[in-house]
Every structure is written in structure tokens, then in C-alpha cells.
Write a protein that binds this ligand. Sequence first.
Ligand SMILES: *Cc1c(COP(=O)(O)O)cnc(C)c1O
Length: 384
Amino acid sequence: MSSQAAHPTLLIPGPIEFDDDVLMALSHPSESHVGAPFVNVFGETLSMLRQLFLSTDPSAQPFAVSGSGTLGWDFVAANLVERGEDVLVLHTGYFGDSFSTCFATYGANPTQLRAPIGSRPSLAEIEAALKEKSYKLITITHTDTSTGVLSDVKAIAELVHRVSPDTLIIVDGVCSVGCEEIRFDDWGIDVVLTASQKAIGVPAGLCILMVSGKAIERFNNRSTPPSSYFASFANWLPIMRNYEAKKPSYFATPSPQLIRGLYTSLKQITSIPMEERFAKHKEVSGVIKKAIGEMGLKQLAESPECQANGMTAIYLPEGVGAPDLLPKLLAKGVIFAGGLHKEIATKYFRFGHMGVSVMNGDLGHINKALDALRASLTEAGYKC
Ligand SMILES: *Cc1c(COP(=O)(O)O)cnc(C)c1O
């Protein structure tokens, strides 16, 4: 049983429900950010991030910096490209547009490779795009949270290594790290960026990055300084290296409480093989998608291989609007999210299934949500 105050079950694609122990860790008494107890916890947290990303490469560096997932975009745009350089953004929904805008803000030159809503650019299209220009980096939204479309990071990384080996591979894993398979070393990824509040199950407020040695070398060889102060690798790299070596260090004050929350969550996550965690998310996602299909509902992501395992984006049935459905769900103690993709925002809703709600079946979150969805649709006049 949870020790948390009664509350509706939050099943949106982040923030997700929190484990009791993670919440308890946040109420740690105030402490110095350069004192030994905190420095040790931060150091171990960074080491556990390597396990989360399945990386043992000592030239790579994990980061945990106060901010949200969006700060990860700024880190990439401010440190790994320079003004006027070309970057290729694979577009599978809303987040491709905003990552592009971030690049443009820093003076880089983004090209988006778009796919119709609910699908993803094909490998052949990506190959053709890579051969057109010399791109400094390519970005992949692993799960686009606006559409529930999953990208095949492994296959895209293989392709990039083959046809454009100097192009850095950047993965926006904000909605995938902790629920989808990611093998940082094996797949040869250069940056995975994520945030604390999605599948990692920690309150919002931390930007988490894993950066390859190759990306750090690219940064070191810049001809101009990084174009941000707070999001500068020059400022944060020594700090992260020091903390990981359990040496106190200061550039900007970290949040000891959030880092303790992350520490607690990563202890839980790394207590079983990552493979088990990926498999469990896949299994539960399969159950949800089957139930959705049996209700006669359609997903935005049509083909099974491009359906994310940490969330499902579902078209509303004819005659049922989100302003009608979502309050009915809330009355049954379940919170889903409305649509986000600009072109079809009013036509669908989103069900997030990540973290404790998936890993701890005893909580009963998923069955409760599916029952609430069936009942709410019936109340709204739809025959499941
Ligand atoms: C949530 C999300 C972001 C933005 O993260 P914030 O923590 O809201 O700044 C970026 N990319 C994806 C894929 C996301 O799901």
C-alpha cells in the first residue's frame, strides 16, 4: 500500500506517479551541496546513470543538472554545433519542431525530415537526407510524446555510422529513458538527454545527459566558445567529473533533495537488470494496446513497430471530445492527457504507462485506468 495522500492516479506521459521511497528521499534535511554526505550521494548517482544507459565507456560522461528536459536541447545546441552549421532533425511529432527551434535560436541551421502523423521517416529517407549535406549532428526523438511514435534508434545509429560517420547521434530520450531499450555504448550514441519526471520517476527539476567521448572531443575542438553560460559544457564537465570522483565542486548550486530523489530511484531501477525493466514495459504496453484495440479505438501510431512502450496516443471515437472524456476519467480517479500535436490536438488523448505504475502491478494502476476508460466511454455514449 502507498503511504501517499489519496490522489487521482496520474497516468500522463510525465510527470508520472512516484514511489513512496523517492518522495521520502526528497524530505531530507537541508545539507551543504559541498559536504561529504551529499558529494558521495551525487557521485554514486552519476555512476548509476552509467548503468541506466548501459555504458561502461570511461570517456563518456553523465550529467545531472537542475532544469527540465528542455535544458538538454540547449546543452546540445550550445555546445555541439556552431553558427551556420547544419543539423538534421528527424520529425515524428511536436518535439521535433521545438528541438529545431532551439537549434535555430543558437544560430545553427536545422533541416527537418518529416513523416506523416503517426509514422516515422524511413531508413531510406534518412540515408538520402544524410547524403545531401554534411550534417554535424542528427537528432532522433526516441518516443515522441505528442504521437506515441517510437523511433528505431539502433537501426538509425547503424545507418549514420555507415553513411555519415562524423555526424553525432543525439537522442531525445525524455520519454524513453527508463522504459525503452537504450544501449549507449553498443549502439554508438553520442548524447542521450532526458528529464527526471518521466520514466525515471523523480519529480520534475533535473536534466539528465549522457555524453560520449566523441561528443566531448567535438566540444573541445570548437572554433567559437559555447553559446550559453548556464548550459556550457566548459562549466559543467569539470563539476560532473569531480562529483563522480567524490570531490566537492561548485559552478551553480545543485538541488540536494532532487539528487537524493534521483539516487533513490536509480537504486531501485538498477536493482534488476535493465533488460527486465524494458521487457516489463513492453509486456504491459502490449496488454494496454490490446485492450484499446478491443474497445474499438485506434492509435496514432499505426504499425506495431513504431508504437512506444511507455505511452499510447489514442484517437477519440466519433462524437466524443476530450473535454467530455477527461473529466469522466477524473471522476473515476484517473488522469490522462489531452492531445499535443498541433494539427490534431482535439482529436486524441494520451495514456502514459511508465515507471512504478508498470513495474509494481500490486498498485493496480493499469487495470484501474482501463476499467475507467471503458466506463467513461460508455457514459459518453460510445459502445466499446
Ligand atoms: C517532455 C519532453 C521534452 C521536454 O521536457 P521538459 O522536462 O518538459 O522540459 C522533450 N522531449 C520529449 C520527447 C518529451 O517527452
